[in-house]
Design a protein around this ligand. Structure first.
Ligand code: UD1
Ligand code: CA
Length: 476
């Protein structure tokens, strides 16, 4: 019988070194708040509850998290406030009223985003039903951390904080990660006995280790090798370092599946701005050049190629499609679909609801929004297609636009199969260009046209023979 898990996440600290107007735990890694990473890990542990201890920026933290939690999380999320912040022991004390006696408590920090669920599960297993388990790691430079003090037999005796440690203790390289698993009934009892008689005048959570030893409760030091999993964020530099480490981890996973990344150091996968979780799924023989950013849910089909410097969000790119460099694709909610063998870019922009069929060509400086382009349609240069339905093999000329907005409402443009729209045309919606028809360059089309006809809607060309250029007048 394993005890239900209750997670306590300390997130009251100020994060002074971030020098931000916003609480540290809301800073983003891979587009997701640090604290949300921690909560997601809690969800993977199948925790019964998560109690977040807030302090600095409490209202902002609570508001940011309340919006993102849903039934899918599967645990009960609570917030408690710690004001003022008197140390980590004091932080966990605030959570006690929200904890139940039968639980196993896992203490985490809201600014440590990369801990893996299986690591925490191993820690919980090490705690069993009645032990205190500490997640530890050895560091070449342990400065600043609490040191794990063991006796000759190797049994953990206590944790000593850097500022309270003597020289011999400071030489210990095994440090406390800030993460522990502890039975609630013991934790509650020990917390009530904490004092702040130490170098920092704080209530140290780490003092419960010596209390466990005194009470005869076994203490297990569960040591891992991967320091990244316990690394905290205190500064923009550390945030960037963890971001790179996280991205490299994702890049490696994809490369193991056969995805060819030109440079795993120049590759990013993030949640999108609306909170859609990052997910990049690739088929076989996908090539991704440098400096590409993928947001939200992106699928890339077998044999597709992504050029350098593309920004792609919420899109499905079918097999053998080619996205040329500097293309911006953002499907937001409606999504973007790029058909099999389609060519997009360089410098193209696909917006929500752009659905391209097979072999469609979208060239440089072409913007497509909420429009369907059937197989083989082409818009190769400098054009706008908004709220349009474009038939097969349509050729849409350079500089042409659909005037889809009358200042109040949006209207659709329909261009039927095999129509040819010349350069610099304005198709004023609602309007339909009949199948196989041609629109002469420079036309402003306000009325629908019949299939097969040539439509020209512009001033007639005139030439004036005896016209003289003005000459410069001499100065008076
Ligand atoms: C703590 C541990 C130390 C360990 C280190 C790992 C204690 C006394 N020391 O160090 O042994 O090596 O973590 O990083 O626990 N917080 C609050 N309220 C407070 C104080 C802190 O919510 O009153 C939060 C912080 O926001 C942070 C976390 O607790 O998320 C850890 O606090 P921090 O000050 O970074 O840890 P230390 O006390 O330096
Ligand atoms: Ca501290």
């Amino acid at each position: 019988m394993t005890a239900p898990l209750d997670i306590v996440i300390m997130a009251a600290g100020k994060g002074t070194r971030m020098k931000s107007r916003h609480p540290k735990v809301l800073q983003k890694l891979a587009g997701r708040a640090l604290l949300q990473h921690v909560l997601d890990t809690a969800a993977r542990l199948l925790a019964r509850s998560a109690v977040v201890v807030t302090g600095h920026g409490a209202a902002e933290v609570e508001a940011a998290l309340a919006g993102t939690q849903s039934a899918e999380a599967g645990y009960d999320l609570k917030f408690v406030r710690q004001e003022p912040q008197l140390g980590t022991g004091h932080a966990v004390q605030q959570a006690v009223p929200a904890l139940r006696d039968d639980g196993m408590v896992v203490v985490l920090s809201g600014d440590v985003p990369l801990t893996q669920a299986d690591t925490l599960q191993a820690l919980v297993n090490a705690a069993g039903s009645d032990k205190l388990a500490l997640l530890t790691v050895s560091m070449p430079d342990p400065t600043g951390y609490g040191r794990i003090v063991r006796n000759e037999a190797g049994t953990v005796q206590r944790i000593v904080e850097q500022k309270d440690a003597n020289e011999a203790e400071r030489a210990i390289t095994e440090i406390y990660s800030g993460i522990m698993a502890v039975p609630a009934r013991h934790l509650t009892r020990w917390l009530a006995r904490l004092n702040n008689n130490n170098a920092q005048g704080e209530y140290y959570l780490t003092d419960i280790v010596a209390m466990a030893v005194a009470d005869g409760v076994p203490v297990v030091g569960h040591r891992i090798a991967d320091a990244l999993q316990v690394a905290g964020v205190n500064s923009p530099l550390q945030l960037a370092e963890l971001e790179r480490a996280h991205q490299l981890r994702l890049a490696r996973q994809l490369m193991e599946q056969g995805v060819r990344l030109a440079d795993p150091q120049r590759f990013d996968v993030r949640d999108d701005a609306r909170g859609t979780k990052a997910s990049l799924v690739c088929g076989q023989d996908v090539d991704i050049d440098v400096n590409c950013i993928f947001n939200g849910k992106v699928t890339i089909g077998t044999g597709a190629r992504i050029g350098a410097n593309c920004h792609i969000s919420n899109a499905v790119i079918a097999e053998d499609a080619v996205i040329h460099p500097f293309t911006h694709i953002d499907g937001e909610k409606a999504g973007v679909e790029v058909g099999q063998g389609a060519l997009v870019g360089p410098f193209a922009r696909l917006r929500p609801g752009a659905k391209l069929g097979r072999e469609v060509h979208i060239g440089n400086f072409v913007e497509v929004k909420n429009s369907q382009l059937a197989d083989g349609a082409k818009a190769n240069h400098l054009a706008y297609l908004g709220d349009a339905t474009v038939g097969e093999r349509v050729n849409y000329g350079a500089g042409s636009i659909t005037a889809n907005y009358d200042g109040v409402n949006k209207h659709r443009t329909v261009i039927e199969a095999d129509a040819h729209i010349g350069s610099n045309c304005v198709l004023v919606a609602p309007v339909t260009i009949g199948a196989g028809g041609t629109v002469g360059g420079g036309s402003t089309v306000t009325k629908s046209t019949e299939p097969g006809v040539l439509t020209v809607a512009r001033g007639k060309q005139v030439s004036i023979g005896n016209w003289k250029r003005p000459v410069k007048q001499p100065k008076a």
